[in-house]
Design a protein around this ligand. Sequence first.
Ligand SMILES: NC(=O)c1ccc[n+]([C@@H]2O[C@H](COP(=O)([O-])OP(=O)(O)OC[C@H]3O[C@@H](n4cnc5c(N)ncnc54)[C@H](O)[C@@H]3O)[C@@H](O)[C@H]2O)c1
Length: 404
Amino acid sequence: MPTPSVCVVGLGYIGLPTAVVMARAGLRVVGVDVNPDAVRAVNCAVPHIVEPDLEPALREAVESGRLLARPSPVEADAYFICVPTPFRASGDIPSPDLSYVFSAGRSLAPLLRDGAVVVLESTSPVGTTERLAKALSEAAPGVSFHAAYCPERVLPGRILVELVENDRIVGGLTPEAAEAAAAIYRMFVRGGIHLTDARTAEMAKLVENSYRDVNIAFANELSMICEREGIDVWELIALANRHPRVNILQPGCGVGGHCIAVDPWFLVDAHPDLARLIHSARRVNDNKPEWVVAQVLRRVSQIRQTGKEPLVACLGLAFKPDIDDFRESPALRIHRTLVAQGLHVVAVEPYADEAAPPDARLVTLEQAASEADLLVALVAHTPFRRAELPADRLMDFCGIARKP
Ligand SMILES: NC(=O)c1ccc[n+]([C@@H]2O[C@H](COP(=O)([O-])OP(=O)(O)OC[C@H]3O[C@@H](n4cnc5c(N)ncnc54)[C@H](O)[C@@H]3O)[C@@H](O)[C@H]2O)c1
């Protein structure tokens, strides 16, 4: 089979590394993004996201001539859609916003030719690939193309490795579509490739993240019960996990990011009468930041009783350790709530850049440790875990004080 040409639509955390890995495997890749800054940066071989090892890999891909970026799709043998699928926070249950997926579909519909492969990678509610294929068929009548869904399961910080090594689930609208999409993944994936139908593949992604969310909610609930009981939750979990069939996850200040805090809602939105455990877990994790704020305010009022207005330092604002991603970050929410309460707040965020987060008064860890009356650990970034911080001023909501 001649080397296929590929169009990756959406050059964010998923699309850009995917385009780079495909180009490195020898595919001819055009990356597409509606954000002109992203297009410019990619063509200059400068990553506009932070991901280990991405910069040299991108440079190699661009310099080899196998990857270039454009503001709109070009005709290709295969299209991979990697655009955002956020939710709309309306009413009690947020609903998925699929406008980016359908807008991406509209942009490539005029280019579709017989035999083309269209793969949706964006996390999507069950049935989205069918709906997308229907919209494409209406926009490109008579064209016979293959539509498939392949969820992304990479861990930020290890994306370039996991894109290649993770197993992939490839769900086709037809078995031929699954096979056609899998043939392209086999060119750059070393993990197993498992074929199924599109609905099962869509569901698999939602279930994986709901599983994580429910288990984190269990740990978060335990942390609140333990606080009331005067028990160290970190020690408790370490001890309970000595049981051969128990593996409790670690609590934190909430659940954030683009995936675990979002995807379970797609199931709850579609099945509010059945997805009750998933819904409850979402609520537990969503409410954890409020509980953290209440704990901090209690300590602040104790300090105020001594006649002092305390300086509070939030350690970490990203949505999880060792990344620069602030989307749906519970730590950022806690920081903003403390500021809105009129507290004197600074933040330490080793991964902050000029763009995000714009509203924090950033200080170094050393400044915070010497000047703050309260160190509120929200994200277990490596420099925080390595530091010796004063236990009497530390409120540890993410386990940094527990050295491995
Ligand atoms: N980030 C992760 O770790 C991760 C992991 C697994 C799955 N996912 C899923 O992958 C999808 C993409 O996530 P992401 O983190 O890469 O998002 P992102 O916001 O980092 O990137 C999306 C990119 O798509 C571009 N875009 C939007 N509409 C477009 C259009 N019509 N045409 C071309 N470009 C367009 C945006 O400008 C942006 O650069 C989401 O569904 C997400 O849930 C993400």
